[in-house]
Design a protein around this ligand. Sequence first.
Ligand code: KG4
Ligand code: ZN
Length: 367
Amino acid sequence: MAETSDSAPHSALVLGIETSCDETAAAVVARDDTGRGRILSNVVLSQFDKHALYGGVVPEIAARAHTESLDRLVKAALEGADVGLDDLSGVAAATGPGLIGGLIVGATTAKALALAARKPFLAVNHLEAHALTVGLTDQLRPPYLMLLVSGGHTQLLLVEAVGRYRRLATTIDDALGEAFDKTAKLLGLPMPGGPAVEKWALAGNGTRFPLPRPMKGREDPHFSFAGLKTAVRHAAMHEAPLSEKTIADLCASFQAAVCDSVSDRVRHAMRAVITNFPDKAHRPFVVAGGVAANKALRQTLVEVANEYDFSFHAPPLELCGDNGVMIAWAGAERLSQGKSDMLDAPARPRWPLDSDAPKAIGAGVKA
Ligand code: KG4
Ligand code: ZN
């Protein structure tokens, strides 16, 4: 049972459930009235082994796997936090964007728990959850400039307030995580591709293959990675059969091109929004999402932030990928604004953070 003393600021306790892709996760976080958060439990179960045979996430298999393990994970999260359902202030689930089957599993479970315990239900946008994690880990409040890089999205956003986002740029083809995953696959590396490419790149020569830097120098603010991935494919076909040295050099060259292209886009956005941050002492730049775990990219972005007098923020590595903590935290933020959701809130495969942003040609659901 969670205890609170009279002198401690009142804490909201929120259970968060994440099932939008191939991680089943549950967590409990506390948020006090001053906006400070604490992680009470965090359990994540990856499904990589279930999808490995197919070379990518199979939606039907993902949904079934969430169904099989979610009850157990919720129980573990509550026990780990030493709280019961009655102690909670709300139950949150990612209801989009993501794979519809998985979203329905998580949302339905959260709604049932909320109904049974007579607690508010919180329908959380998965992208918003990535975007707000630094509020928990760094006590960073908006406004800030953010690069969101995951398996399904690549966007630059101005986080103006909790619940208010302005999209500055998006990918016009592949998301960055998707480009890492496809590159890994074509080089015969295991899933998940991002960490595999990063590991191989450590032993490689990033200057051996002069790969393209998509969009570099363009006035148009968007990202593109499809051409880079194709260039890796052509280089790999030319070098076949691939030695370990060549695989490492291709990974390092790909990662160098990614860092170069992304940093150019981030510089472009920093120049565009610098007037939004007249106080040099408070000019925060955040990177979040699964690809934010990439150390080479993090290091590159630290340097770009320094160059433009932005402070650099990123969740710790274990909170970059999908997790229940970020869902619980985003739910707690909604709750602190007096918001909650109806039990008929739908699962939303597409749910842009900035619904007013103009369509970017080719972006599709990634916009
Ligand atoms: O945020 P996330 O866990 O799930 C989505 O919301 O999509 O991001 C997953 C993506 C995958 O494409 C994965 O390969 C990539 O993040 N990723 C990485 C690294 N760790 C995960 N990409 C590059 N380097 C990494 N270390
Ligand atoms: Zn994610």
